[in-house]
Design a protein around this ligand. Structure first.
Ligand SMILES: NC(=O)c1ccc[n+]([C@@H]2O[C@H](COP(=O)([O-])OP(=O)(O)OC[C@H]3O[C@@H](n4cnc5c(N)ncnc54)[C@H](O)[C@@H]3O)[C@@H](O)[C@H]2O)c1
Length: 345
């Protein structure tokens, strides 16, 4: 079988994880990654022995890259010409400019949450609307929080029907290693409704959604509390069993020692996952409660790695590698090694 050729633009927090994700997909080939400067991630790539070919995305960046000893395989334009699809994980807003290059060569492009929705033909989630992505030229992935949130809401919706949801997002303010938010010790509220609730309604228009977002001075994951109104009456046990069946949701409990986001991050590091990455969201069994007929629960969203599986699904959809949502997501999951914890049950 001919492998689908994939390039990654922007080798930052998301881009380096996308590159790792693609290289694990046995039916895809990572042609290379592109960036503009010898950032720490690019320097680390060199120190690791250049497992991925590197392309320079802006000519003015070449001298600094050469001075840092980064081997350069060509320009971003060269990379685009050699691939079937580009995964664009450049800084928010840059993807819209890169799109012109992808369009020039008739290539497909997959953009991340920081771009405007207008950048793409389809706002995409591997589980909730895989079929809409089939054969599309430009897809945009949901943001990290929305990706995790939709996994849980779509899972319940398919099982019992969900009429509406209200969410509170407790949002990590920056990624580990970031300095651009300063040394903070404060909580900050965004104007409601949160974009994640609005985005959920774009992908799942039959569910009414609203929510509030609170920025918190932590870097290892967001926690979202969800209040969902089901169409059928359910018990907390039903909800636990339904969520537990989702391949990208891991059920955890406080009694096991998962006290919060930091426990999950530490556990991923104990597992030896590169950078402490987690592809799955976690839902606390002991957070599932009823408010009248509504369900309430809390999930953990590892913001740096949660969107990687859905990006792989997006490649599968736009390249029509699988026509079926379940077949596609299962192939992604198998190659990424998601769900090892289930074998221990
Ligand atoms: N960080 C997260 O937790 C997270 C989660 C989900 C989605 N996203 C989205 O993913 C996208 C990337 O975010 P990030 O956190 O990885 O950012 P980042 O700043 O870590 O990485 C962006 C990279 O793009 C490079 N770049 C800038 N201009 C470029 C160009 N013209 N060509 C090629 N490379 C260029 C930068 O040098 C940098 O290495 C954004 O849309 C963001 O909203 C981020």
């Amino acid at each position: 079988m001919k492998k689908v050729r994939v390039g990654v633009a922007g080798y930052g927090v998301i881009g380096q994880r996308l590159a790792d994700g693609v290289s694990l997909q046995q039916d895809m080939e990572l042609v290379g990654v592109a960036d503009v400067a010898p950032t720490l991630s690019v320097r680390a790539l060199r120190e690791k022995g250049m497992p991925y070919n590197f392309y320079v995305a802006a000519p003015e960046g070449r001298p600094a890259l050469e001075a840092a000893g980064i081997p350069i395989s060509g320009s971003l334009e060269d990379l685009v010409q050699s691939v079937d699809v580009m995964l664009d994980a450049t800084s928010a807003g840059v993807g819209a400019k890169n799109k012109e290059l992808y369009a020039k060569y008739g290539k497909k492009g997959i953009f991340q949450g920081g771009e405007k929705n207008s950048v793409a033909d389809v706002f995409f989630h591997g589980y909730a609307n895989y079929e809409k992505g089939l054969g599309a030229q430009f897809l945009k992935l949901t943001s990290c929080n929305t990706t995790g949130l939709i996994r849980a809401v779509d899972c319940l919706d398919r099982a019992v029907g969900i009429e509406k949801v209200a969410i509170t997002i407790i949002r990590r303010v920056a990624d580990p290693g970031d300095y651009h938010r300063g040394l903070t010790n404060a909580l900050q509220i965004d104007k409601a409704p949160s974009h994640q609730a609005l985005d959920l309604m774009t992908i799942m228009p039959h569910v009414q959604a609203t929510g509030i977002l609170v920025h918190t001075p932590v870097t290892h994951g967001h926690i979202i509390t969800v209040v969902a109104t089901p169409k059928k009456s359910v018990t907390p046990k039903d909800v636990e069993e339904i969520l537990d069946q989702h391949p990208r949701i891991r059920m955890v409990s406080i009694d096991e020692g998962f006290l919060g986001n930091a426990s999950l991050f530490r556990y991923a590091r104990d597992l030896g996952n590169p950078r402490g990455d987690m592809y799955e969201i976690a839902c606390w069994r002991d957070s599932i409660v009823m408010s009248g007929n509504d369900i309430m629960f809390a999930i953990n969203v590892p913001q740096e790695s949660v969107v990687i599986p859905e990006n792989m699904d997006a490649v599968r959809a736009c390249m029509r590698m699988q026509e079926d949502r379940i077949e596609a997501t299962e192939t992604t999951n198998r190659y990424l090694g998601i769900g090892k914890w289930r074998n221990l049950k």
